[in-house]
Design a protein around this ligand. Sequence first.
Ligand code: OGA
Ligand code: MN
Length: 206
Amino acid sequence: MNPSTATLEAICQGLTDRGWLVLDDAVAPALLQALRARLHKLPDHAFHRAGVGRQGDHSLQPDYRSDRIHWLEAAAPAEQDWLSWADAVRQHVNQHLFMGLQSYEAHFAHYAPGQRYGRHVDAFRGQANRILSSVLYLNEAWADDDGGELLIYPDASAPDSAMRVSPKPGRLVMFLSEDMPHEVLPAHRDRYSIAGWFRVRAASAW
Ligand code: OGA
Ligand code: MN
């Protein structure tokens, strides 16, 4: 189940014009359904509390980030389907925008009611190997007053400029990882997604 031509074109257009995009019906209904089924079949112990920071400076800060995550693995067929989908996006973006993306990593995320992820960027310039962020929402029908919006600040210096993205089923959000502070507001319901990052090789530490 590869991305449609229309999806690939919309991704390139959004990244070129603005550095971010919100795309509804981004994946085939069968893929969305397979991903939901997989997520809901995973036992509780397959999820762990997400932390903040990588490797050495990794820490748990539950007031700031309280979702629980499960990293996708190629051995699970539905997870592999999503990794393949994302790899087709990676190749297309490389061909058309010359971004040199080398790999993709992703996790399911579950925010229980009231849980949030405070304002952050997914990568810091200079030490960054996360270049392009993606989020696919796996929720069932989501009303506007269910909350859980993703707020994106395309202009980091203008806090009032936030865009509010409701986590509607099948909606895909992508943005340049270094440029866009963002945060996840608490929801009134369980909130399900796949967050993923297209990467280049980590800078070596010489
Ligand atoms: C993340 C993130 C956004 C969302 O996991 O880093 O910012 O809407 N997720 O779930
Ligand atoms: Mn993020």
